[in-house]
Design a protein around this ligand. Structure first.
Ligand code: MSP
Length: 692
């Protein structure tokens, strides 16, 4: 796949039509390309990522007219919306091209002029069907009852003098190139579709439409504009500065054009290579097509016209509000979830509840627990210092190596979901490893003076920290912000973008550095259910953000009346009822049993900025469950005194947001003349144990 000597690894996304706002379909492609770019940088290559907007289409013009906005203003605003959206998803594109820019116009006109000089463009009358929605000419046999059979979109009859591109001249050369370069078109089954399409016979293609005041004028005949696909594909070359000789000249040919399957066979895998062949320009090295997000109840590709796919920024906000994670980490979570849920190559159903569920299992539980447990145990048992260990666990180190290999293979085949799956094999194994090696028992024995246990403890915890560091490196292309946060908790100052592949070899974690107090990156989502109104607001095709449905106030069940006089937060010691109340309000045992009381271990505690009474606790409630609880006990307990302590919590209390942090339960404490005294089990009790 990658030629390490190659100066620049040039990746492109499709350029998106600006007839509506972005959604998670376009986000999937864009994020995947950004992941590839970041992965290549990790591998030491000089990756260069291009994205942009496709603005000369008739449907864009029509959308502007329909909206009553001057077309140039319309495309400017929507292009900016894509630009911002990608930035909010941490897409680090190197260039953003707009097809209304002069550099693109120049390249397109020059391209067409050169084709004409070489005799590959000629003029002839055209009569046939055109689908504006699909921006494509449609053969007669593909039209039924006024619609393009394949997409169901209406067609219009076009009868005009036109210019044609001699596509028919390139069938054999294309087939020969595809055969000689098995990695050119991927995945393999889609290459076969292309071969079948070309073998059916390529016909010359009309490449102009009458000039209605929108589009790139045909050089030498301003009564025509260039067909939008013919113009759009040239963006990949235009961004390298072509036809001028610039410092970007060497970027061409692109290493990979990445896209959804609907624009693969006819446009990227056939027309574009033929256009390049006609000018003797090198062909892109690889062209890859992924499948679509589908939505239950919507046939075919979900998108701008069907609705059903959320705006990526709204989805990040939604994840942040449901979980209590910061927006930046929620955006990272979305990147992970899109890449992990999509079965690259095939179509995949898009479902927000599935995403939230996976957020909990993969991010809050698996990855979150691994980090929390590792850092917490080092904090408690080894004074927070990365231990010097005479040895490490060889099985785990071998697995880390194997996972790196699997990851590499999957990335080379653009199977981003498979790459993540292999990393989670390591994450899952490590969580089990912690259970099996029971460092808490080793710590106890070590404290009692057993030197073998002390050595074993250092070895186990070094193994955990080192593996977590490698996991952070592997997920860095997918979650750059989270990766940096993990490395920080491990006490490493390395910016994840500065990591290089050799850094991910086993044993690079230097003993002696100090870990940071653990805190959960991805707080657990308590409420996975999404009602129809919320889903509608999230996924509606309308441009207006239904902010009331997604606002933090709506998400939290109790509002804080005033910042100065807050309502008692969850975790405020339970004030005992007066005897009169006790008599007046008896409850049944069934009612009492509805309250789930559990033993939890405090993993971390810290003050809440600007709240004198509150502490933010991270508690472990059994194996799979780490939570944030806000408790009004700051006046009575120092945070460090709480870490490692077992407490009793109400585990099924509706989560509530305070000071922007979601509290996911409440601590029990006795009220001793207004002072809170925490309740703790008398004996050693595992966290998660029920209290009845
Ligand atoms: N403007 C053309 C592309 C020109 S490239 C020279 C175009 N634009 S588009 O706005 O319709 O974007 C299409 C791309 O968005 C798809 O190829 C795919 O990458 C992405 N997706 C749009 N809807 C999608 C899904 N429902 N599922 C997955 N990807 C989707 O076509």
């Amino acid at each position: 796949m990658t030629d390490p000597q190659h100066k620049t690894y040039y990746i492109t996304t499709p350029i998106y039509y600006v007839n509506g706002l972005p959604h998670v379909g376009a986000a999937l492609t864009t994020v995947a390309c950004d992941v590839l770019a970041r992965y290549h940088r990790l591998r030491g290559h000089n990756a260069w990522l291009l994205t942009g907007t496709d603005e000369n289409a008739s449907k864009v013009h029509e959308a502007a007219l329909e909206a009553g906005i001057p077309p140039l203003q319309f495309v400017e605003d929507l292009s900016a919306a894509f630009h911002t959206c990608w930035q909010q998803l941490h897409v680090g594109f190197d260039d953003f091209i707009r097809t209304t820019e002069p550099r693109h116009l120049r390249a397109v006109q020059e391209f067409v002029a050169r084709l004409r000089e070489r005799g590959y463009v000629y003029s002839a009358p055209y009569e046939g069907w055109y689908s504006v929605s699909d921006e494509t000419f449609v053969p007669d046999n593909e039209v039924e009852d006024g619609v393009f059979k394949k997409t169901g979109k209406p067609v219009v009859r076009v009868k005009e003098e036109s210019y044609f591109f001699r596509l028919s001249a390139f069938g054999d050369r294309l087939l020969a190139h595809i055969e000689a370069n098995p990695d050119f078109l991927l995945p393999e089954f889609r290459r076969n579709e292309v071969i079948a399409f070309i073998k059916e016979g390529l016909r010359d293609m009309s490449i102009t439409r009458s000039n209605r005041g929108w589009g790139i004028p045909f050089p030498g005949d301003e009564s025509k504009v260039i067909y939008v696909w013919f113009d759009a594909l040239i963006n990949y070359l235009a961004a390298t500065g072509w036809p001028e000789r610039t410092e970007r000249e060497s970027f061409w040919p692109a290493d990979v054009h990445f896209m959804g399957k609907e624009i693969f066979v006819r446009f990227h895998a056939t027309l574009w290579p033929a256009m390049l062949m006609a000018l003797d320009l090198p062909l892109p090295k690889q062209i890859y097509a992924h499948g679509w997000w589908t939505v239950r109840g919507i046939e075919g590709k979900a998108g701008k016209s069907t609705g059903g796919l959320p705006h990526p920024t709204r989805l990040s906000q939604f994840i942040a509000m449901r979980s209590g994670a910061s927006f930046a980490l929620a955006a990272d979570a979305q990147r992970y979830l899109l890449c992990r849920e999509m079965n690259f190559g095939l179509d995949t159903e898009f479902n927000v509840e599935n995403l939230l569920r996976r957020y909990n299992t993969d991010l809050a539980n698996d990855l979150g627990n691994l980090l929390n447990r590792s850092v917490n145990m080092v904090t408690r048992y080894l004074e927070g210092v990365v231990p010097e260990a005479p040895d490490h666990d060889h099985e785990i180190a071998a697995l880390a190596l194997q996972v790196r290999e699997e990851f590499t293979h999957a990335m080379a085949e653009f199977r981003l979901n498979a790459a993540l799956e292999s990393v989670w094999k390591l994450v899952g194994r490590l969580n089990k490893y912690i259970d099996e090696t029971a460092p808490w028992s080793l710590a106890k024995a070590a404290a009692a003076g057993d030197p073998t246990s002390a050595t074993a403890l250092r070895q186990v915890l070094y193994t955990c920290l080192e593996s977590t560091r490698i996991v952070a490196g592997l997920v860095a292309p997918f979650m750059p912000v989270a990766s940096r946060a993990i490395l920080e908790q491990l006490g490493l100052e390395t910016d994840s973008t500065a990591l290089r592949w050799p850094d991910l070899a086993w044993g690079r974690l230097a003993p002696g550095s100090s870990v940071r107090p653990p805190h959960p990156l991805f707080p657990r989502i308590q409420d996975l259910a999404i009602d129809a109104a919320t889903l509608f607001a999230l996924c509606s095709a309308e441009t207006g953000v239904a902010s009331d449905v997604l606002s933090p106030e709506k998400e939290s069940t109790n509002k804080v009346s005033s910042p100065d006089v807050p309502t008692p937060p969850p975790g405020t010691p339970v004030t005992p009822m007066t005897p009169a109340e006790e008599v007046a309000q008896p409850i049944t045992i069934e009612e009492f049993m509805k309250v789930q009381l559990r033993v939890a271990e405090v993993l971390a505690a810290e003050p809440v900025p600007n709240a004198t009474k509150l502490l933010r606790l991270t508690v472990q409630v059994g194996e799979e469950d780490t939570r944030t609880i806000l408790a009004g006990i700051a006046e009575y307990y120092a945070p460090e005194a709480l870490v490692g302590r077992k407490v009793v919590i109400v585990a099924n209390l509706q989560p509530r947001k305070m000071r922007g942090i979601e509290s996911q339960g409440m601590l029990l404490a006795a009220d001793v003349e207004g002072r809170a005294v925490l309740l703790s089990p008398e004996d050693a009790v595992p966290s998660g144990a029920r209290v009845r």
